[in-house]
Design a protein around this ligand. Structure first.
Ligand code: 5GP
Ligand code: MG
Ligand code: MG
Length: 202
């Protein structure tokens, strides 16, 4: 084995400045988030994965939630939904949030407890827009879990119900978070280097 392979893939050697949150630490925190969510669960949950960035987080969170019990000691019925949201070009928020979801799937949200599963909250614009949109379908409740919350003065002050890690104001990639569709295949959450930004700019 090439041991370095387990640290950073060689194809991203020059493209990363440093690892911010290693995979093992992410997994531990995801399990903890599942415990916290389960403890406050009363009813079946409709878990909505915000694609594509939250896909890895969502998969692990659902895996961990299936092992959890609610306060009454019951396992938690889960329904899985997938919403595609896009608001970024390169590493800049455009402020225009495009949400793709099927009308039929959204109608089924009526009276349900929704758990929105997001990768990262930066300015908060995406989450505020998404929550507004989902409210139109009259769910019983909407809660949001975001793996990352960026500490930034561009924030609209929106804070998710559950957060994995608060991170500095840097553009991060990995664990399914992308830069122009690159770096989703990196296990760890890392800070992109100037070389990486140039190499994968569009
Ligand atoms: P917001 O609307 O809160 O500014 O941005 C939310 C969305 O922008 C996130 O769901 C994510 O897709 C993208 N985003 C924000 N910050 C970052 C970042 O540091 N890295 C990556 N890869 N995406 C980000
Ligand atoms: Mg996202
Ligand atoms: Mg993205």
């Amino acid at each position: 084995y090439d041991l370095e392979h387990f640290v950073l893939p060689t194809h991203y050697e020059k493209d990363l400045q440093r690892v911010l949150v290693p995979y093992g630490l992410i997994r531990d925190r995801v399990s903890k988030l599942a415990q916290m969510i389960a403890a406050e669960c009363e009813n079946p949950l409709v878990a909505c994965c915000v694609l594509k960035g939250a896909h890895g987080f969502f998969a692990h969170l659902m895996e961990d939630l299936k092992k959890q019990k609610n306060r009454r000691g019951e396992s938690i019925p889960l329904r899985l939904e997938f919403i595609k949201v896009k608001s970024y070009e390169n590493d800049q928020s455009t402020g225009n949030v495009t949400i793709s979801l099927s009308e039929e799937d959204m109608q089924a949200f009526k009276g349900k407890d929704l758990l929105i599963v997001e990768d990262i909250v930066d300015t908060g614009k995406t989450m505020v827009a998404l929550i507004e949109r989902l409210k139109q379908y009259n769910p019983a409740s909407i809660r949001v879990v975001s793996l990352l919350l960026k500490k930034t003065d561009r924030s609209n002050k929106y804070v998710p119900d559950y957060v994995g890690f608060a991170i500095p104001d840097l553009f991060v990639v990995g664990y399914c978070l992308d830069y122009n569709e690159h770096f989703r295949d990196l296990d760890h959450i890392a800070v992109i280097s100037d070389h990486g930004k140039t190499a994968y700019a569009e």
